[in-house]
Design a protein around this ligand. Structure first.
Ligand code: DND
Ligand code: ATP
Ligand code: MG
Length: 280
């Protein structure tokens, strides 16, 4: 294994193999302990898309809320459907909600808000907002909706970031990348699928092709299509296995280019961005 691969694996906290039951318990216990430590917190909120990551993080959030209630707190897990117009895989979102069995679910339509802000920026700048950037606005609007629910109800926002996403920075900065707690941190995509299977989720939720579902022009575009590398390859890299050199180069280039997303905003005192010149 190269030192770069070793460094990335260690920075993201990936391990080659997991025991799904142990990892589920560890992550539920983390949410419970963290919520207990914050005075006034009354549970969790998460957007549910119908994809693998929010199905897993949602079920873990629900289990944590139930455990907190068993201890006498009034904690709840709130699931939020956040469609931009009509969602092409609406059936999967319903299936995910059925599996998660949240204490409460609600739907917040983000279409009008996304169109309003992109139209206003277009009018102000005189340039059309690209479909790519509008996709990131959708992810950021979902963040705004979740924090609005969290603010009024005293909830923590769950994020779905995990190692197979963090390594490429394949999320929107301050969009789906913004959250209070990250129960899936360090996991590969395959480990997440194994945990969902262990939780008894319908196969569809963990065999489904992952999609960001952000583009008007290509709503179901798969993550693998966008990245030019498969999750099987990403997972292999994170598990310390040998991968094709083109795959390693792709991942390491993306990891370096997206370092800013895994950090706090850069200040004059920061040196991490100076690469090898970094002062320790
Ligand atoms: N070196 C640097 N230091 C500090 N800040 C830097 C920077 N480079 C860019 N930036 C800032 O970051 C911004 C770009 O980051 P960002 O806005 O995130 O945009 P960007 O990384 O260009 O795009 C997000 C990518 O994540 C994918 N995504 C998003 C959401 C969900 C999912 C999913 O799988 O569900 C996937 C999406 O399809 C797209 O490929 C720039 O506009 C700039 O403000
Ligand atoms: N239509 C949506 N409704 C509600 N939340 C959404 C929607 N689309 C995205 N999100 C939120 O943004 C997060 C990031 O999306 P991402 O595609 O990475 O995860 P996913 O859809 O749960 O799983 P997968 O990666 O397998 O598609 C989701 O986990 C979810 O919390
Ligand atoms: Mg998705």
């Amino acid at each position: 294994m190269s030192t770069e691969q070793e460094h990335i694996i260690s920075a993201l906290g990936s391990v080659p193999t997991i025991d799904p039951a142990t990892e589920i318990e560890r992550r539920v216990a983390f949410l419970v302990a963290y919520a207990r430590s914050v005075p006034g917190v009354r549970g969790f909120v998460l957007g549910i898309s119908g994809g693998q990551d929010s199905s897993l993080a949602g079920r873990i959030g629900q289990l944590a809320a139930e455990r907190l209630r068993a201890e006498g707190s009034d904690a709840r897990f709130v699931a939020v459907r956040l469609p931009y117009r009509e969602q092409h895989d609406e059936d999967d979102a319903r299936l995910a909600l059925e599996f998660i069995a949240p204490d409460e679910s609600m739907t917040v339509a983000i279409g009008a808000a996304v169109d309003e802000i992109t139209d206003a920026v277009s009018a102000g700048s005189g340039e059309r907002v690209t479909d790519f950037t509008k996709g990131n606005v959708k992810a950021r609007m979902r963040m705004v909706a979740q924090y609005t629910v969290a603010g009024d109800r005293g909830l923590l926002v769950i994020g779905t970031d995990h190692a197979a996403e963090a390594v490429t920075g394949f999320y929107t900065k301050h969009g789906d990348g913004a959250a209070d707690v990250l129960p899936l941190s360090g996991l590969t995509k395959g480990q997440g699928a194994a945990m969902l299977a262990h939780l008894g989720a319908p196969d569809r939720l963990w065999t489904k092709i992952p999609t960001a579902d952000l583009l008007d022009d290509d709503p179901g575009q798969s993550d693998e299509q966008s990245l030019g590398v498969s999750y099987t390859e990403i997972d292999a890299y994170l598990q310390g296995n040998a991968v094709d050199s083109a795959v390693a180069e792709n991942l390491e280039r993306r990891y370096t280019a997206t370092e800013h997303k895994r950090r706090m905003p850069v200040t004059p005192d920061d040196t991490w961005w100076m690469g090898e010149k970094e002062v320790r």
